[in-house]
Design a protein around this ligand. Sequence first.
Ligand code: ATP
Ligand code: MG
Ligand code: ZN
Length: 250
Amino acid sequence: MSETGCPKCDGSGWVEVERDGYVAAERCTCILNDRSGQLEAAAGIPPLYANASLENFQNFGNPALSEVQNIVRAYAREYPYLPKPGLLLIGEPGTGKTHLAVAALRRLIARGFEGMFFDYQNLLDRIRAGYDPASGTSSRDAYEAAMESEILLLDDLGAHRVTEWVEDTVTSIITYRCNHKKALIATTNLVDADAGSRSPERNSLTPGRAEWRITLVERIGIRARSRLFEMCRIVRMPSVGDYRLRRQTL
Ligand SMILES: Nc1ncnc2c1ncn2[C@@H]1O[C@H](COP(=O)(O)OP(=O)(O)OP(=O)(O)O)[C@@H](O)[C@H]1O
Ligand SMILES: [Mg+2]
Ligand SMILES: [Zn+2]
């Protein structure tokens, strides 16, 4: 695009902008639009969420839900100038966690950051397949992308049975990202007492009972959870009911 005579930058891809009395060079929008289109195509966003945005997220006039929407909007606007580089959306199924996470990711991509969407379970399956010498190199790439990508969206964190291997793999990805201050946007419907989940009355209940809920720490381990809380702002979804069910009745 830059070679083809953009009137704003004369095809150089750079424009001069004045900021606080200084003149600085900035990427022209013709480059950014081109780059963000390519980045979005490479981000692996599932088709179901291809149009998920903050604009088409409904808050139903619910103050708690519009507060969440504002936090996500501010995150996408202000990153990386934030106390914590990540966002963890916790809440019940169908409350819009993945929708909001993708909306944030798409805004960040539009701002020129590189980001990748990974479904947690699918990522682990692909990484595990990478240890099978018979498989190709693509699963190794998934591991590398999850480590190196500027922004990682890890959807449905903990939605996998626990094994030592899973715990080690998740811990190594999260530790690496935490140490390198790389952004992580994660969603989960596991409960966590420190994230304001109603403390499951598990002491008095036995596994298998309806109220018994698996916690985040049980699924990803204490070390990964600790780092997750260090690097992410925790956002608890209000109990607004399952949008998927609501949609059926509209
Ligand atoms: N408030 C909302 N406004 C508009 N669309 C919504 C809203 N909440 C959810 N949706 C839509 O409903 C569907 C389910 O939402 P989503 O997948 O984000 O839920 P989730 O919280 O990630 O659920 P799960 O825990 O099962 O993964 C999606 O198609 C999403 O775009
Ligand atoms: Mg989801
Ligand atoms: Zn230009």
